[in-house]
Design a protein. Structure first.
Length: 100
């Protein structure tokens, strides 16, 4: 299943319904942002993999992401290919996720 959320609160609601293995979370969302949503998501679903997709990765430092439940950080400037590479690495997927 795949879902899309408008903000952190919506992400939490949809994730608890859809039960994903992987969440791509923007840190700069309106209302509840990704920094606030990540620890809640991780507490509710400890095995879910959370990747922060952000323009502010350099501001997070090295320890903050894991402290709030984020498994990896991908800079938006790196593009969707970097997100796909990160997802494959975290999920242990050897196949090309971009093919049908």
């Amino acid at each position: 299943m795949c879902g899309e959320a408008a903000d952190g609160a919506d992400a939490i609601e949809k994730a608890t319904t859809l039960k994903p293995d992987f969440i791509l979370l923007d840190l700069a969302m309106p209302g509840m942002n990704g920094m606030e949503a990540a620890p809640i998501l991780k507490r509710l679903m400890p095995t879910v993999l959370i990747v922060a997709f952000t323009m502010y990765g350099e501001l997070l430092g090295r320890s903050l992401p894991s402290t709030i439940g984020i498994d990896a950080v991908v800079d938006k400037l790196a593009g969707i290919e970097k997100v796909m590479e990160c997802a494959r690495n975290l999920l242990g997927v050897a196949t090309n996720l971009t093919s049908g």
